[in-house]
Design a protein around this ligand. Structure first.
Ligand SMILES: Nc1ncnc2c1ncn2[C@@H]1O[C@H](COP(=O)(O)O)[C@@H](OP(=O)(O)O)[C@H]1O
Ligand SMILES: [Mg+2]
Ligand SMILES: [Mg+2]
Ligand SMILES: [Mg+2]
Length: 353
């Protein structure tokens, strides 16, 4: 199998980081601060980024990382930094062999800050670069909704390995999607799933555990042929994706059910396992450029599960252009069989605006 070591490290690193995010959630003291772009970031985002980057650097010292967060504001806020350190230093996998694969604990607060800052790669089309979103759906995380710990490896701009840890999604692939699924799910029996894919080798799912990882089982997109019966997934946040356009597209397709709203790349995971059928992310603002870490893992997992992922113009997402998807607008992710039909409805609705 290709990228065996990379997959194992990514899965274990995501599982370990999820232990930290769940602890932050349980503590309720999330230490939210606002970034320059007004988006929230929590001690969970920073702690998860530190743990994952340190695991990558331990195993693949030459690899670069495009990570969402950076530590400059933490260096000015010592209280916040020491709170994060207190969590990070005690977070480990319950299986000691697995934890050792990740290099064991980070040794000092300073090393933790350095790890966070090592997510500063400019990205691009050359070499091995990881794309990391330590908590995707931070607003969902804060609300007690869905969120995902997202990690992907790109080689020469092409996504080869993708892993999504979704602590609040059901383990069972076939469980129908519900909007309030997140709230009581953290650490509840039957919740927490780890999705993964390696290019050319399909997509898989397994329970997200605190110890080790397994082979999991293979997943595939739904076999929906009648789009009127499709389950659509969209963001909770109206500022992230245009709900009005989504509704117009649903109407054009004759979709009868209400869309399921959930935060994060849990939407990609849900389409990949066939629990949802269509994920639409339609631009709200002309000037917003999507970030590679919001899509890299989900894009591969859906495509390896038999889905098709494009932007609103039908172009594949291009991860080779830096930290953002400069050439793409929006996302349309569906089973391959219905993609052309959905994309046609997207084009009609958006061109009529
Ligand atoms: N105007 C905008 N349009 C689209 N996405 C946006 C946006 N502003 C922020 N985002 C991104 O939307 C992500 C969450 O997506 P979703 O709505 O699917 O949960 C955020 O990730 P983070 O939560 O990691 O910051 C952020 O990167
Ligand atoms: Mg963010
Ligand atoms: Mg994100
Ligand atoms: Mg994030």
């Amino acid at each position: 199998m290709a990228f065996e070591k990379e997959l194992q490290v990514a899965q274990l690193a995501v599982a370990r980081a999820s232990i930290l995010t769940k602890a932050v959630f349980a503590e309720k003291a999330k230490g939210t601060i606002s970034k320059e772009d007004k988006s929230p970031v929590t001690i969970g985002d920073y702690g998860a980024q530190a743990l994952i980057i340190s695991a990558i650097k331990h195993n693949f010292p030459q690899d670069e990382v495009v990570g969402e967060e950076e530590a400059s504001s933490l260096r000015e806020q010592k209280d916040l930094s020491s709170k994060i350190w207190n969590l990070v230093k005690d977070t480990k996998l319950s299986d000691s062999d697995s934890d050792a694969i990740l290099g064991g604990p980070i040794r000092s607060e300073d090393e933790m800050l350095q790890a966070i800052d090592a997510g500063n790669s400019a990205g691009g089309s050359k070499g091995r670069i990881w794309a990391l979103d330590p908590i995707d759906g931070t607003k969902g995380f804060l609300r007690g909704g869905q969120y995902a710990v997202c990690l992907a490896l790109m080689v020469d701009g092409d996504v080869k390995v993708g892993v999504l840890g979704c602590p609040n999604l059901p383990v069972k692939d076939s469980e129908p999607l519900k909007e309030d699924m997140g709230i009581a799910a953290t650490d509840a029996e039957g919740y927490g799933v780890l999705f993964s894919a390696v290019q050319g080798e399909g997509a898989r799912s397994q329970p997200l555990t605190k110890g080790s990882v397994s082979q999991g089982h293979s997943i595939s997109v739904s076999k929906v042929t009648d789009v009127t019966q499709a389950v659509m997934c969209e963001s909770v946040e109206a500022g992230h994706s245009s709900k009005g356009d989504n509704a117009a597209i649903a109407e054009k397709l004759g979709v009868t059910g209400r869309p399921v709203q959930m935060d994060s790349q849990a939407k990609y995971g849900s389409v990949a396992r066939g629990a949802g059928d269509i994920y639409l992310r339609l631009p709200v603002r002309k000037d917003y450029v999507e970030k590679i870490w919001d899509h890299a893992a989900g894009d591969l997992i859906v495509r390896e599960a038999g889905g098709q992922v494009t932007d609103i113009h039908g172009q594949r997402l291009n991860f080779s252009l830096g930290r953002t998807l400069t050439e793409n607008k929006g996302v349309v992710a569906t089973p391959a069989d219905i993609h052309a039909q959905v994309l046609a409805a997207v084009s009609e609705v958006l061109s009529a605006k």
